[in-house]
Design a protein around this ligand. Structure first.
Ligand code: ADP
Length: 282
């Protein structure tokens, strides 16, 4: 007796071709999965390496930032203690340097603390009605002397029709100070800074304008990233932690506001904080 198997409507060749096709498809799919996996791992590793590099730059930047004021404070106070300074004029100058440098130290420490609170999600805001003109006037008064002794023309221009807004006054002040501080740090020969309140597209806004080194289009979207510092030209010699604008962005986001930048390399920058309240509605 002979027993035969006949495939219904299929030939053995057809079946083999179908299996081969399915197997090939599976192999191709598996290869794609492996390739995608390798790409993801490669990207993660690259990101980790970049982050490690950024962190190590940050530590070295912060150390530099802390070392300079500490060295100056210790040098000037020792000189004063040893009574080596003869004239009252010189003494006053030394006291001024000590006070300026200790302010700088506390600003650096405060910004690191601010950043660490933000990172751990512990930063709380206390919203209360505030007047933008009063706020920028206070910053102007506090920084006028300091900036003018550094050779800056520091201007203020207020729009008198600003509404009262619900703000964390301290946090917005900190953000404006960070912007003014940057305007001063990243200016070369043209030492000009202006603080403004205005309506921008019918919304209340604060502007900090400088005529400094400006920011290239390529870097503009990166400057709010944590630890980011532009690494060419003057910025290289200017100290910083790369945290100032990260803090500014967080404060602004928490106020449901927006920060815009208009800048051209070599032609100054305008940072604009736009609050989310239309004219006369607040
Ligand atoms: P830091 O000033 O400590 O480096 P920031 O977060 O405040 O950190 O700023 C990030 C970078 O953005 C700076 O390193 C600088 O390259 C650039 N930058 C910020 N403000 C200005 C400005 N007004 N003009 C030119 N460049 C700026």
């Amino acid at each position: 007796m002979n027993l035969g198997i006949i495939l219904k409507g299929r030939t053995l060749g057809g079946l083999i071709a179908e299996r081969t096709y399915t197997n090939l498809l599976l192999i191709v799919l598996m290869n794609i999965v492996v390739i995608v996996g390798v790409i993801i791992i490669y990207r993660n590793i690259r990101q980790e390496i970049k982050l490690a590099q950024i962190k190590s730059d940050f530590v070295s930047n912060v150390s530099h930032e802390l070392r300079t004021p500490l060295a100056l404070i210790s040098m000037y106070s020792e000189t004063l203690e040893m009574e080596r300074v003869k004239t009252e004029e010189k003494k006053k100058e030394y006291y001024r340097v000590i006070s300026q440098e200790s302010n700088r130290l506390s600003r650096i420490v405060n910004s690191i603390l601010s950043f660490s609170k933000i990172e751990s999600g512990k930063r709380k805001y206390n919203f209360q009605p505030a007047d933008l003109n009063e706020l920028i006037t206070q910053v102007y008064e506090n920084y006028k002397y300091h900036l003018e002794t550094k050779g800056f023309t520091f201007k203020i221009s207020s729009n008198e029709q600003m509404p009262e807004l619900e703000l964390d006054r301290e946090a917005i002040t900190e953000a404006v100070i960070n912007l003014v501080d940057n305007a001063a740090k990243y200016s070369k020969e043209d030492k000009f800074i202006e603080l403004k309140t205005l309506y921008y597209n019918s919304k209340p806004a604060i502007e900090v304008v400088d005529k400094g080194i400006g920011i290239s289009k390529e870097d503009q979207h990166k400057i709010f990233d944590k630890f980011f510092r532009v690494s060419t030209g003057l910025v290289h010699d200017t100290k910083g932690t790369g945290l100032g604008l990260t803090i500014v962005k967080h404060v602004i986001d928490s106020h449901n506001a927006k920060i815009e930048l208009e800048s051209n390399e070599g032609n100054g920058s305008t940072f604009r904080i736009i609050f989310n309240s239309t004219k006369n509605s607040a």
